[in-house]
Design a protein around this ligand. Structure first.
Ligand code: GDP
Ligand code: IMO
Ligand code: MG
Length: 450
């Protein structure tokens, strides 16, 4: 069977922790979109692993696939694999030959475009991770991308670079009006230098037998009865189709992306379990609206600081402090519908313990109308006034003891909060996160047993 893990909100919901936990029952873990903009944390027995590209199952030694829907920076991948090897692990990662490569010029262009948007005062800067994600997907859709397969054939690689690189150089010089000579970014636009570097990367990928036909491989594993876990990166509300456009990433983290981005048929993926990972409050790194954001006055800001500190809400990739808000049910309803969740895992329930007040947004008011889901435009979403319900708070508890004893050991108010959430989105709770460690999870249902 398959299990697809999807971020329900704005990324950083704790997907890595659940992929790691359930990855023990999987035979293959597959990333199907995104690239090294992701930062997934796995904590095992106190040891912390921060993974951007290597699928989180690698910490348990499960085969990891980067599917055709991913954009891959091979240098990040090798650094991450080498670091894990130094820490005594032996990750087995295979990359789809159809996946697109993030080239140095993509990263440069990501930075330039963000700077230009930030300078024009229109408030369009997205606050990207600067990893070249958007420009690489643009080239994929524009049919001028470099794929992993191209790195394996030096002649094809040269042809692709000779076509794409002059266009990129012209974009920087003629459209953005920047002079590249004498700039330390010039090497990113030098065909010979790029060819030498990326042909060598192709050799390493070939020598280590790291490339794969993802569709063919996964189909065979599935037919052999193996369990396949799809590890979504980012989250529903930064999905390029279903999220808060244009403050989105450039891929489809929602569950449909798992089929498209891996080549395993949609009926196989749809036959399995789809679990939405929910943070018990909201965090957002980057720009864009956040109706329940705690930033209205000094009291709210103090509360946001408290949650940020307790929850360690600083970006895994960029270190930026994450913006904080109350749980937003319209956002969760949208997420549950778009991906067809069969269950949810709610993380960070420990972080909310000990607060003086606890609010949940149950709907919005917009222009005198009541809404129960997220409007389609950023402008309308920004103008939404949250409608809140205030729920009882709970006292701090011993996470390890609760995880061991099970759901009923959670404080009653926390169970009420979870029951309220599950009821509002009509989806059962499969797990509750009460701390970052693999063991600090209260499991009600293991999706692989369903
Ligand atoms: P991901 O991108 O969705 O995998 O999430 P990140 O790893 O970027 O961010 C989640 C952070 O919360 C990490 O530091 C995790 O170790 C941590 N975390 C995950 N689940 C829980 C939980 O239930 N409680 C607490 N306190 N931390 C958690
Ligand atoms: P994980 O997998 C949170 C955000 C960026 C920015 C927007 C576009 O760890 O949950 P991009 O670099 O993708 O073009 O940036 O998306 N973003 C994330 N926010 N978690 C992530 O990944 C993110 N990946 C991208 O901050 O707002
Ligand atoms: Mg993250």
């Amino acid at each position: 069977m398959t299990l697809t893990i999807v971020g329900s909100q704005l990324g950083d919901e704790g997907k890595g922790a659940l992929v790691d936990r359930w990855g023990g029952d999987a035979d293959v873990v597959v990333r199907y979109q995104g690239g090294d903009n992701a930062g997934h944390t796995v904590v095992e027995g106190g040891a912390e692993y921060k993974l951007s590209l290597v699928p989180s199952g690698a910490v348990r030694g499960t085969v990891g696939i980067l599917g055709n829907g991913c954009v891959v920076n091979p240098k990040t991948l090798f650094t991450e694999i080498d670091d894990l090897r130094e820490r005594g692990l032996d990750p087995d990662v295979r990359v789809a030959r159809r996946a697109h490569v993030i080239m140095p010029y993509h990263r440069v262009l990501d930075g330039i475009e963000e700077e230009v948007k930030a300078d024009d005062d229109a408030g369009d800067a997205v606050g990207t991770t600067g990893r070249g994600i958007g420009p690489t997907y643009e080239d994929k859709a524009g049919r001028r991308g470099v794929r992993i397969a191209d790195l394996l054939d030096p002649d094809t690689l040269r042809e692709k670079l000779e076509y794409a690189v002059p266009q990129k150089r012209a974009l920087v010089e003629d459209v953005y009006g920047l002079e590249l000579d004498d700039d330390d970014r010039a090497a990113a636009f030098d065909v010979d230098a790029l060819h030498e570097e990326f042909a060598a990367i192709g050799e390493r990928l070939a020598d280590e037998g790291m490339t794969v036909n993802s569709s063919d491989y996964l189909h065979r594993r599935f037919e052999a009865g193996d369990e396949i876990l799809f590890e979504g990166a980012q989250g529903t509300h930064i999905d390029v189709d279903h999220g808060n456009y244009p403050f989105v990433t450039s891929s489809n983290p929602t569950a449909g992306g798992a089929a498209v981005g891996s080549g395993l048929g949609v009926t196989r993926v749809g036959d399995g379990e789809v679990v939405g990972i929910v943070k018990a409050y909201l965090s957002r790194v980057g720009e864009g609206p956040l109706p329940t954001e705690l930033d209205g006055d000094a009291d709210e800001e103090a509360l946001a600081d408290e949650i940020r500190e307790k929850g360690g809400e600083f970006g895994t990739v960029t270190g930026r402090p994450r913006r904080i808000g109350w749980l937003d049910l319209p956002m969760l309803r949208h997420a549950a519908r778009v991906s067809g969740f069969t269950g949810v895992a709610v993380n960070h329930v420990d972080v909310l313990a000990g607060l003086d007040e606890l609010k949940v947004c149950t709907g919005y008011e917009l222009d005198g109308e009541e809404l129960d889901t997220v409007p389609t435009t950023t402008d309308r979403w920004e103008r939404c006034e949250p409608v809140y319900e205030t729920l009882d708070t709970w006292e701090p508890f011993d996470s390890s003891a609760v995880a061991e004893a099970g759901y009923d050991a959670l404080p009653e108010a926390a169970r009420d909060y979870l029951a309220f959430l599950a009821d509002e989105i009509d989806t059962p709770i499969y797990a509750v996160g009460v701390g970052p460690d693999r063991e600090e999870t209260v499991e009600l249902t293991n999706p692989f047993d369903e």
